[in-house]
Design a protein around this ligand. Sequence first.
Ligand code: GDP
Length: 534
Amino acid sequence: MAVTIEQELLKAVSKRRNFAIISHPDAGKTTLTEKLLLYGGAIHEAGAVKARGEQRRVTSDWMELEKQRGISITSTVLQFTYNNYHLNLLDTPGHQDFSEDTYRTLAAADNAVMLIDAAKGLEPQTRKLFEVCKLRSLPIFTFVNKMDRPGREALELLDEIEKELGLKTYPVNYPIGNGDYFKGVFDRRLKKYHLFERVAHGSKEAPEVILSPDDPNLEKYIGDNDLLAQTQEELEILDEIGAEFNLEEIHTGKMTPVFFGSAMTNFGVRLFLESFLEYALQPTPRNSSLGQLEPTHPDFSGFVFKLQANMDPKHRDRVAFVRVCTGKFEKDMTVNHARSGKSVRLSHPQKLFAQGRESIEEAYPGDVIGLNNPGVFAIGDTIYLGQKLEYDGIPSFSPELFCYLKNPNPSKFKQFQKGITQLQEEGAIQIMYSVDDFVREPILAAVGQLQFEVVQFRMLSEYNVETNLEPLPFSVARWVVDGWEALDKVGRIFNTMTVKDGRDRPVLLFRNEWNVGQLQADHPDLKLSSIALL
Ligand code: GDP
């Protein structure tokens, strides 16, 4: 019997899991990614991710700035398989600098892995990214990393997550000691001890011994009775006062399953991966102008969540990354572009495997495809077949850094305007303008310093315009939800600057959160938001 497209989609979707890793620089994202790929069989020796980075730097050097800074500015997607599952890891490692892309990638993800350094606990970047996950009610899987180094107490870390993020925790595995005394973990669901042997740099999969709690060899393996007794005591406390495992709460982002391990030495990576596959959401329905669309909806559709420019300086190409939401993507298909109403042929689709870039023939919901983008696509654009639809916009988040971008050379006015308009359309940075007619310079609004450098670099290399930055003393932006009229009612506001965003919406810039609070106290009716839809 012939397989229908719905059956084909159902099967593909049930085998797909897509996620992004949220973490603070240095927590071990590169290392964990490598190990996931190692276990997925996508690479045979850990270290390949970095090696690929090195090689890429030597061979393609897509951006001079990237080379100068020795970092990879752009994030994309890695696909690998494990036990017949297709995993899509969005947001590949390497870029330490925060940018809007980091936020946007989460709009394309169905699950998030929150990676925490056991010695440091929650850190600022992790908290910010967590807020975005919370907004979307994404399931969050916590991996507490670097257990092989002296760290904070496991119970204390769990407490921090619960109190500060308001997330219930369920430790799926629980560590036996830490630092030099880290012996492995206890799998609380299957009631087994997983004891690990240290492997030098963890280049191969970690050998492990699995024992029941009543196994007479347990003490011998752990080699420290006090440690075993203490672990058992803490496990009893958890059973008594900890939350019960609740898959629905995990799926709605209210409870986080927690895993302890050490990516560097591979401790706990396989346990994590297997539980992740069991508990993570498969590609989820997405909100659109037609309502919630199931991934098994037979017509192809997707949205652009990221644009990447100039990967190859010789071609000045732009790649639009599209999250496939429904139906099946096939190479060379012609689709409708919702914003312009035009049809677009999708040729040269690409995806990234651990080993590099490959062209693709087909893709399913949950996958990400990279499309050549000759200026057609902007962030948030929907492409579709069949009935017209548009996906909900991608939120833009409160920028924290602001400066005027100045063009010191009036004869370059046209190029300057063109560059600014294009970079804005592409979503490389948010651009705002003063409401004061005398001030014509655009205000660049960024979430990370590197975004300014990228703009200046691209203005020079692509539009041949030298620019200057003039910092503004603000650190918080709030959109006025009810628009200009609501703002007029309030009258003059001190300590803020009123600007309009790329869509002429009113935005207030504040020096600090305290000033925001002050305004809200004085004008409780004025609705402010730290997020706007693109
Ligand atoms: P990223 O900035 O989050 O991508 O972090 P990296 O993966 O580059 O790791 C930052 C540093 O922490 C590197 O020196 C890693 O070798 C180290 N590291 C990562 N995971 C572990 C771990 O499990 N244990 C220890 N001891 N070090 C780790």
